[in-house]
Design a protein around this ligand. Structure first.
Ligand SMILES: [Ca+2]
Ligand SMILES: [Ca+2]
Length: 540
């Protein structure tokens, strides 16, 4: 979701595309000359197969803003070729998947959520051939690639909307939500979602340049399915679906999380799982995450990120909430500390008083059930930009080095946006050289998760919070993992119960730790140092 409806920079490239589209003929109706056309051809399923292990879907994933990750050609804008050059870094970090914010051609020249072509890569990012190379290289490293798909709305400059807006007689009029007169009683995110069109008004709650599709129109839904197959046939491993709470509207007091939204996502899940092997789908439904998880396959655990952050800061009530979350939430939830949207919170490091809290939060969500999503740069403690606000503050270029013609290793040119406030201290180069860095903490915690099936995909057992401590267990195929976290600033004794009698607990984390043994009742007390994490495993 793009929560801040701000006007993007109008760039000459975007203007040139618009002129090109306006001039490419086709279409009918209207009195303003030829209308633009676009690809509506049917796409049949043709699965190229998957070489990824089934567990790749359990992550961890990295969420990547391609524009901000790595520039390969000096134009100051990150691109697919740059990302390909950084795949070894991501593999070393230990992720099994990456989610790319929209790479489709867009009119916003920034976040990409205003899509102008659902079957093309944005020229700023490269070409379809570059995507094919990215998929090949990522798969060779055991990494799946999930792309953002924006089904709720297009860009106003999408040819379908240019047609629809031309007049009530246009064949695409019913692809969007038009009304001859302005409906009353509507207010969404503090504003009137109805915008003046050439004739009548159209529905666009996020931004006047992002008109909502009419997803009650079967032809629109069928076309989206064709678009999804277009990417799946190329070998894309799945999708992150934007704003699924907003898909269908039934009235001024019934515009969010409508029953049709769950049906739409369920039919997509059925189509993908029925025709393609080993794919992953995850939905963004911030106000109904638990309801969307079964419909989509996975959904982001909005709300849980605040508990994780507060727990890491030592808040006892939040630690209890963290302990209880997966007692009812399905293990298919996708977890995070923060993401690209400011409504979900500031960058993780900007929410912590010190790096120790950052380590505790990371260990908690990387060792809990779910599929963890690491927002790019979180693993090096990247902060937002010092002089920006809102979403742009969170979407700064990746800090690879402290300096490289002033752009932190991101570009040899002028970066499209200000760098992170702490690029001088928190960058990949510096943290790779320091064995005790946050980056090496992330790698070590991910490694212990990936080394033990119980931590990767196991059930959730015996979660207990006590004061500033948390204890929980994960079980898979007879293997039991015991996780103990002390968020407090003094040492604490942490108790685990419900273990097999006299269970032998081998040390798994930290590497310097030693094992222990449960008593005849299956309990064990362990002294855990201030702000630290212990992991033990049984059964192997
Ligand atoms: Ca570039
Ligand atoms: Ca909608």
């Amino acid at each position: 979701m793009t929560s801040t409806p701000q006007l993007p920079r109008r760039r000459w490239a975007a203007l040139a595309i618009a002129l090109l589209l306006a001039g490419c003929g086709g279409g009918g109706g209207g009195g303003g000359g030829p209308l633009p056309t676009f690809d509506t051809s049917a796409v049949a399923a043709s699965d190229p197969g998957s070489t990824l292990p089934a567990d790749w879907r359990k992550g961890p994933f990295a969420e990547i803003f391609v524009r901000a990750y790595q520039d390969s050609d000096g134009d100051g804008i990150g691109d697919l070729k740059g990302l390909i050059d950084r795949l070894d870094y991501l593999k070393e970090l230990g992720v099994t998947g990456i989610w790319l914010m929209p790479i489709t051609r867009s009119q916003d020249s920034d976040h990409g959520y205003a899509v102008t072509d659902y079957r093309a890569v944005d020229p700023d990012y490269g070409s379809l051939a570059d995507l094919d190379t990215l998929l090949h290289e990522a798969h060779a490293r055991g990494i799946g690639v999930v792309i953002d798909y924006v089904m709720n709305h297009s860009a106003a400059r999408h040819p379908a909307f240019v047609n629809a807006n031309d007049g009530s007689g246009n064949a695409y009029r019913d692809w969007y939500v038009f009304s001859a007169t302005r409906p009353s009683g509507w207010s969404i995110y503090g504003g009137d979602p109805w915008r003046a069109g050439k004739e009548g008004v159209y529905f666009a709650p996020f931004w006047d340049q992002m008109p909502d599709f009419n997803l009650k129109n079967a032809a629109v839904v069928a076309w989206h399915h064709d678009n999804l197959r277009f990417w799946l046939n190329r070998g894309v491993d799945g999708f992150r679906f934007d704003a699924v709470g907003n898909l269908v509207e039934n009235g001024p007091n019934a515009w969010e999380n409508q029953p049709e939204n769950f049906t739409l996502m369920g039919s997509i899940r059925q189509m993908v799982n029925g025709s393609y092997a080993n794919r992953f789908l995850v939905c963004e439904g911030p106000s109904a995450p638990l309801q969307f998880a079964p419909a989509c396959g996975s959904a982001f655990a909005f709300g849980h990120q605040y508990r994780l952050v507060s727990a890491a800061r030592g808040d006892a009530a939040a630690i209890r909430d963290v302990a209880e979350y997966f007692n009812s939430a399905p293990s298919s939830m996708s977890t995070m500390l923060s993401n690209h949207d400011s409504f979900a919170g500031q960058r993780a490091m900007d929410q912590f008083a010190n790096e120790a809290q950052s380590r505790l939060a990371a260990a908690t969500y990387l060792l809990q059930p779910g599929t963890p999503f690491i927002y790019y740069g979180e693993e090096i403690g990247m902060r937002g930009a010092a002089n920006l606000t809102g979403d742009p503050k969170l979407r700064t270029p990746m800090s690879w080095t402290s300096t490289n013609t002033g752009a932190g290793g991101f570009t040899t040119g002028t970066p499209f946006r200000a760098l992170s406030a702490n690029v001088a201290s928190n960058n990949v180069q510096a943290q790779q050289a320091n064995a005790n860095s946050l980056l090496n903490w992330y790698k070590a915690v991910i490694a212990v998760r990936q080394a033990h099936p119980a931590l990767r995909r196991g059930s959730h057992v015996s979660a207990t919070a006590s004061g500033s401590t948390l204890s929980f267990q994960r079980e898979d195929g007879g293997q039991r993992a015991v996780v103990m976290i002390n968020y407090g600033t003094g040492p604490a004794t942490v108790r685990a119960t419900g273990l097999p009698a006299d269970a032998v607990l081998a040390n798994a984390f930290p590497p310097s730790g030693t094992g222990t043994v449960a008593d005849a009742s299956g309990s064990v007390d362990v002294s855990v140092a201030a702000q630290s994490v212990r992991v033990f495993v049984t059964g192997h």
